[in-house]
Design a protein around this ligand. Structure first.
Ligand code: ADP
Ligand code: MG
Length: 269
C-alpha cells in the first residue's frame, strides 16, 4: 500500500520503464532508423514506423522500393545495416528467437516443398515450432485456411491459390501475434483473390498484420492505415482518408482521388 501511496505517475511516465511498458502493451512492431545497404545501394534509408496491436497495415511501394527487404529484417531473415526493430517488445538483435516465435511470415516467394503432401509439410513446420498437439493444430489451420479438400494432395499439384493457403497455414500454425504477408495475393485469379482476401481479413481480427500489395482495392477493403515506401524512404504513413485529403489539398481539386492516384502521386519519378 505504501508503495502505491508514494507512487508518482508523472515521474513513471517519463521513465524508460514506462516507454518499455507502452511498447510491450501497445506496439506490435517498432522500426527505428533502419537502413539496409547492398554494396553501395541503399535499399532502406533511415526507415522508422510503428504498428500497433490489432492493426492491419498496408505496406505499399513500387517494385524495388524496399518492402521485402524491410519484411525480411522484421522477421530476422536478414540483419539491417543500421537501426533497431522490436516485435512485441523483443528486439531483433538480442531476442531474435522470441521475435520469430511471435511472427508468422508468408514471404514473397512462398517457398514450399513441392514433393511434400500438404499435411506432411504442416506437420514438419509444426515440429519446428515444437507444437504439442500437432494433429489438433493442423486440423485447426486447415479449417482456418479452408484447405480441407486439398489437404491430402502433394503441394506441387496445387493451384497457386491453394499454395498460398498452405503458405498462410504454415504462417499461422504457431498462432503468432503478428503476421507479415509479402504480396500474398499476387498472381491469384479474381475468385482466389476474393477468397484469400477474406482469409486475411478473418485472421486480422485477432492479429496484427503488415501486408504488402500492389492491389489498391485490397488496401481500401482491409487496411486501417497505409505506409508507402519509395526508393527506400517512407513517403507516407497515414489513414486512407488522410492521404486522399493531402493529395486533394495539394492538387487543389475538389474531386476525391483514388488510392491509385495517391500511390502515383507519392511514388512517381
Ligand atoms: P520490393 O520488395 O519493394 O520490390 P526489395 O526489398 O526486394 O523491394 O528490393 C529493394 C532494392 O534492394 C532493389 O533495388 C533490389 O534490387 C535490392 N536488393 C534486394 N535484395 C538484394 C540483394 N540480396 N542484393 C543486392 N540488392 C538487393
Ligand atoms: Mg518485394
Amino acid at each position: 500500500m505504501l508503495i502505491f501511496k508514494n507512487f508518482d505517475f508523472e515521474i513513471f511516465k517519463k521513465s524508460s520503464y514506462f516507454a518499455a511498458f507502452i511498447q510491450i502493451t501497445i506496439m506490435s512492431i517498432l522500426v527505428s532508423n533502419v537502413s539496409k545497404v547492398y554494396g553501395t545501394q541503399y535499399a532502406l534509408n533511415n526507415v522508422s514506423f510503428e504498428v500497433q496491436k490489432g492493426e492491419i497495415v498496408g505496406f505499399l511501394g513500387p517494385n524495388g522500393a524496399g518492402k521485402s527487404t524491410m519484411m525480411k529484417i522484421i522477421t530476422c531473415f536478414i540483419p539491417p545495416t543500421k537501426g533497431d526493430v522490436s516485435v512485441c517488445g523483443f528486439d531483433i538483435w538480442n531476442d531474435s528467437i522470441e521475435v520469430r516465435k511471435r511472427i508468422g511470415y508468408l514471404s514473397e516467394s512462398n517457398p514450399l516443398y513441392h514433393d511434400m503432401y500438404v499435411r506432411e509439410f504442416l506437420e514438419f513446420i509444426a515440429g519446428i515450432h515444437q507444437i504439442k498437439n500437432i494433429q489438433k493444430r493442423i486440423e485447426e489451420v486447415i479449417g482456418m485456411t479452408r484447405l480441407e479438400i486439398e489437404q491430402h494432395k502433394k503441394i506441387g499439384t496445387l493451384s497457386r491459390g491453394y499454395r498460398q493457403r498452405v503458405g498462410l497455414a504454415q504462417a499461422l500454425i504457431h498462432d503468432p501475434e503478428v503476421l507479415i504477408l509479402d504480396e500474398p495475393t499476387t498472381g491469384l485469379d479474381p475468385n482466389q483473390l476474393v477468397e484469400f482476401r477474406e482469409l486475411i481479413r478473418e485472421c486480422g481480427k485477432k492479429k496484427t498484420v503488415l501486408l504488402s500489395t500492389h492491389i489498391m482495392q485490397e488496401v481500401e477493403a482491409m487496411c486501417n492505415r497505409v505506409i508507402i515506401i519509395n526508393k527506400g524512404n517512407i513517403v507516407a504513413d497515414n489513414s486512407m482518408q488522410e492521404l486522399k485529403e493531402k493529395v486533394t489539398s495539394f492538387k487543389k481539386t475538389k474531386q476525391e482521388p483514388s488510392m491509385e492516384d495517391v500511390f502515383h502521386f507519392l511514388t512517381k519519378g
